[in-house]
Each structure stands twice: as C-alpha cells, then as structure tokens.
Ligand binder design. Structure first.
Ligand code: UTP
Length: 292
C-alpha cells in the first residue's frame, strides 16, 4: 500500500455565500484573528505528515500564492527593526511544505476541482481538505483519516452527525457500524443534498476525505448533479457502491468559513484563546452579553 504524502485543497469556488467580500477577497483568505483559513488547512496537512500540497485556485485568487511566498520588502523592513520573531514567522509560513498552485479554468464544481489534480496525484492515495472548512482538533483530521486508511486500505471520508435541515444542504451516507471501532463505519452509498425522505442517515461528509486514485476515472465520467455542478459526493457515491468506502466520525471542531456565521464563530472562539486578544475580548463579550 502506498503511503499518503499528498493533499489537495480545492479553493477555486466563487464563495457566493460570503458576498460581497468574496467578490474581492477569496473566502479562503479570510482571517481567523490573524491567520487566513488557507494557512490552517496547510498546517493541518503538514502536521498530519503530508509533504506535498496542491491548492486549486482561479484567476482571481493569486493572493493565496503571495501569502505562502517570501516578501523581500517585509524581510528587509523587519530585519532593520530587529523584529526577529515576526521575520521567523513569515519564513516558517513560506517553508511549511511543498505548496503548489493550479488554476481551475471553469468553476464547474468540487469534483472538477479535484479532477484537475490527477497528474499531481498520480497513482497515490491523497487527502482532500475542502478550502472553506477549517477544523481544529487534537490530532489533525487528515491524520485521523490516514490512520484509518492505513488499517483498511480503502478511501475514508470524514463525517459528523448533523441536524436534518443541514443534511439537505450537505449529503447523507448509508452506513454500517464496524465492530470494535468506536468511530468507524462502512459506507456503501451516499446522496448529495437529499430531499425529504431520501436521506440514508444523519451522517454527512464535512470537509475532509481521503481518496484512492480510482476516483479520477469516475470523475471523468461524471455528469452534473445537484445545482448543475459536478459534485464530488456523486463520484464518491459511485466508489461507495462499487467497492465501498469507510466513514470516520472524526474528532474536531469545524468552522464553515464559507458562511458568515462560521466566520464569526471561528474568530470569537480563537480570539478567546489568542494571547493578544483573549483578555480584552472576554471582557468585551461579558459586557456585551448583559445587553443581549
Ligand atoms: P463550496 O460549494 O462550499 O464552495 O465548495 P463555493 O461554491 O465557493 O460556495 P458558495 O455556495 O458559492 O458560497 C467547497 C470547496 O470547494 C471549492 C471551494 O472553493 C470550497 O473551498 N470549489 C468549489 C472549487 O475549488 N471549485 C469549484 O468549482 C467549486
């Protein structure tokens, strides 16, 4: 079995739920306190042991590439001011991993974004970290999926139980519990955005999957699905029906940075632990709560 060394971060979506800001700033670059969402995704992948990361972008998202680059102007200015800590921080970001960028030419859906990565991935298993889903956990979720893959040798999708109204916006999995494994299921079907009565369970894929390269042939044959987009869930459903996939109920707190409320929650939660903001923010929130 080949080791998992590569990850893809699809970040070429239009981000319509975050308009108007997403019209000028990619939602993947929106900050959680002082670091953009895309940083947290690359950090998760590298902490999991991934060495090569491909970020799928589009013509309006060059700013992501700039973030992972070295800025001569900042290096000179920070050195001159003796700001070694900040200098080191920017250096570390630029050298976190081998980060590559590729443009998706048409925004036709997540499956097409993943399909763009075929030659980067080759015949190896790989992790997909959805570009607007930031997850904070003890063990990186990518690592949790990799551990399950190393035990079972099949694709593994990261799931969580979700409320019925969310199932209709996400997807629903048909699963059987694996004996002796507290958080693992075998999945032999799934459906994207089920209508009432069509759902299999309350388990939905949230932001992380580990796929075997068999998915690429399926993506190439895929037809448009819900919303007229090429849905990655439809490709994974085909894989689940033909050979089965595993579903891991991962440990971690997920924030949907593609939604306004997810963005606000992530900033409040992280602001309450960030050393530069926690005390003042806590005081502010306690005062504010009295007026609500
Ligand atoms: P989403 O469906 O959440 O992103 O896709 P979106 O289409 O940008 O969202 P809205 O509904 O318009 O607000 C999950 C991830 O897949 C990427 C997105 O950037 C996001 O990080 N994606 C989506 C692509 O890379 N390419 C696509 O064609 C579609």
């Amino acid at each position: 079995m080949k080791p998992v060394r590569k990850a893809i971060i699809p970040a070429a979506g239009l981000g319509t739920r975050m308009l108007p800001i997403s019209h000028a700033v990619p939602k993947e670059m929106l900050p959680i306190v002082d670091l953009p969402a895309i940083y947290h995704l690359v950090r998760e992948a590298t902490d999991a042991g991934i060495t090569d990361i491909l970020i799928i972008t589009n013509r309006d998202k060059d700013i992501m590439e700039d973030f992972f680059d070295v800025s001569a102007e900042y290096s000179t200015a920070l050195s001159a001011k003796g700001k070694t800590e900040e200098l080191q921080m920017l250096h570390d970001i630029a050298h976190m991993a081998n980060v590559y960028f590729l443009r998706q030419k048409e925004t036709l859906g997540l499956a097409r974004a993943v399909g763009c990565a075929r030659s980067f991935v080759g015949d190896e298993p790989f992790v997909v970290l959805y570009g607007d889903d930031v997850i904070f956990s003890e063990v990186p979720v990518a690592r949790q999926l990799m551990d399950a893959y190393n035990r079972y040798g099949k694709s593994v999708v990261g799931v969580k139980p979700v409320a019925p109204e969310w199932i209709r916006k996400y997807c629903s999995l048909k699963v059987t519990k694996i004996e002796g494994e507290p958080n693992l299921y075998f999945c032999d079907d799934m459906i994207e955005k089920p209508k009432e009565g069509e759902e299999f369970s309350n388990l939905s894929i949230l932001g992380r999957v580990l796929l075997t390269p068999d998915i690429f042939d399926i993506i190439e044959r895929l037809l448009p699905g819900a919303g007229g987009e090429y849905q990655l869930t439809d490709a994974m459903a085909s894989l689940a029906r033909s050979e089965g996939v595993y579903a891991l109920e991962f440990e971690g707190t997920r924030y949907d940075l593609g939604s306004k409320i997810g963005f606000l929650k992530a900033n409040i939660d992280k602001g309450l632990i960030h050393p530069e903001t926690r005390d003042e923010l806590r005081e502010y929130l306690l005062e504010l709560a009295k007026t609500l």
